[in-house]
Design a protein around this ligand. Sequence first.
Ligand SMILES: [Fe+2]
Length: 227
Amino acid sequence: MSGNDAPLPPAWPEIWPEGQKLERWRDPNIVVTQFADHAAYHPQLMEAVLARTEDASIAHAYEQSDGVGSFKLFDLPSWGVPAAQLVHDRALQMFRRVFKTGDVHVDLSWASVYGPGDHVLPHSHPRTYAGVVYMLEPGDPPTEESGMFLFADARMPICCREEPGYMSTPCAPLLAPGMMIMFPGQAVHCVTPYLGTRPRITLSWNLNREEVPGEPLRPATRPPGQA
Ligand SMILES: [Fe+2]
């Protein structure tokens, strides 16, 4: 199922469950939360992502250059899939709660599907006050060498354990299924080469308090299989 007719499971989760905790990670500007009810909606979300990944009519893209990046599936609400809408709403609600505001604008949202060898070089997110990443499927068992989402930013003390201002220790929480992390759009981060074979899948959002003028930045798109 991948359309508007997708039925809701009997116990459909709340957007923000009672008692859902927001926790500061080891950097004061980074917040994480773990959704314990992810088993209720991950199967529908997985099916929706994988169906679109195999659909040549949907634009795919590499984020940076040939062979560097991952498949991208943009605009999560447009899928018409309740599970995608739920996680989208959760990301927006996280922004509202962390910044104590009712105002949130989505500049861009997308799913990233990593296959063997896919990785993302260090980058930050222009046009973005806060970026959000949600772990749907880590793929084959994540290790410190495979498919690790890492911050590598000299402005983050946790990345500069040798000497302040000198980035020497990339680090990030291990992203488990159902985990959502929010970080400044300027924070430099990367994803190490994924060494597994099952797809590794994350969802992402670029969020602001207000709409940013101009067009959201998208990587150049091309259908799967084309160089
Ligand atoms: Fe990123």
